[in-house]
Design a protein around this ligand. Structure first.
Ligand code: NAP
Length: 238
């Protein structure tokens, strides 16, 4: 059923994005990756910074000519920044908003013509569980990810009549290089294992947990689900 559909996963070279790429390929999609440092071994991995619309357009054009129109987009590229608000300068604020929010804008703009033409599309934005409650020292990141949730809802209303669904998955505490880096810098307020013991399902999340939710949301079966924010967090945020 999915064979022949072409998907792009931004941030697909690492962590959650890589888990989504593996799952969607197993489900039969042609999946291309857009990332800052893609693997040279992957024939469909393209180097592109999501903050640069020209780089995205060039990669999308190449993907379209090799794999056909893009009708599935997963915006997974993201970067966090821990800094006390009074020490956060505007340049740092702008960079985090640029990657986490404007990156989604550029990604959707680049593939929307294909989805409109097909009269069918699936967009999933990876936001963050930090948007449920806020997070100290992560103001720029949480502001950007909260905006992604709002953008998701607005786009769902605007694009629904064109057969395109738009949903967000805010992950909570997923074992990835990003989370490990935060643990190493002692930014988590405890180890990952200690957090896992306080999580209702008693384990840390895996990229495959997020991938399972994304695989459902991009499927034909999820055609009546749009504008939703589907938390995947082991019950940490209810
Ligand atoms: P990760 O392992 O660091 O993966 C993020 C990927 O995005 C990396 O390959 C990174 O490239 C790429 N990237 C960063 N900036 C980019 C840019 N400007 N253009 C293109 N690619 C870019 O992190 P992750 O934990 O899997 O995170 C994936 C997504 O989930 C992010 O949006 C993150 O905010 C979100 N999230 C994760 C968690 C969690 O618990 N892990 C929780 C909430 C939300 P480089 O490695 O080269 O920088």
């Amino acid at each position: 059923m999915n064979a022949g559909k072409t998907a792009i996963v931004t941030g697909g070279a690492s962590g959650i994005g890589a888990g989504i790429v593996t799952r969607l390929r197993a489900d039969g999609y042609n999946v291309a990756i857009l990332d800052l440092n893609p693997s040279a071994d992957d024939d469909f991995a393209y180097k592109a910074d999501v903050t640069d619309p020209d780089e995205i357009a060039a990669a999308v054009s190449s993907i379209r000519s090799k794999l056909g129109p893009i009708t599935v987009l997963v915006n997974g590229a993201g970067m966090e920044k821990y800094r006390r608000f009074q020490n956060l300068d505007f340049e740092q604020w702008e960079r985090i908003i640029d990657i986490n929010l404007h990156g989604v804008f550029h990604g959707v703009q680049a593939v929307l013509p294909d989805m409109m033409e097909a009269g069918w599309g699936r967009i999933v934005n990876i936001s963050s569980s930090s948007t449920h409650s806020g997070q100290p020292f992560m103001s720029a990141y949480v502001a950007a990810k909260s905006a992604v949730n709002g953008l998701t809802k607005s786009l769902a209303l605007e694009l629904g009549p064109h057969g395109i669904t738009v949903n967000a998955v805010p992950p909570g505490f997923i074992d990835t290089p990003m989370l490990r880096r935060s643990e190493e810098k002692q930014l988590l307020g405890g180890t990952i294992e200690e957090h896992a013991q306080r999580t209702p399902v008693r384990r840390v999340g895996l990229p495959s947990d997020i991938a399972a939710a994304v695989a459902f949301l991009v499927s034909e079966d999820a055609g009546y689900i749009t504008g939703q924010i589907l938390g995947v967090n082991g019950g940490r945020n209810t």
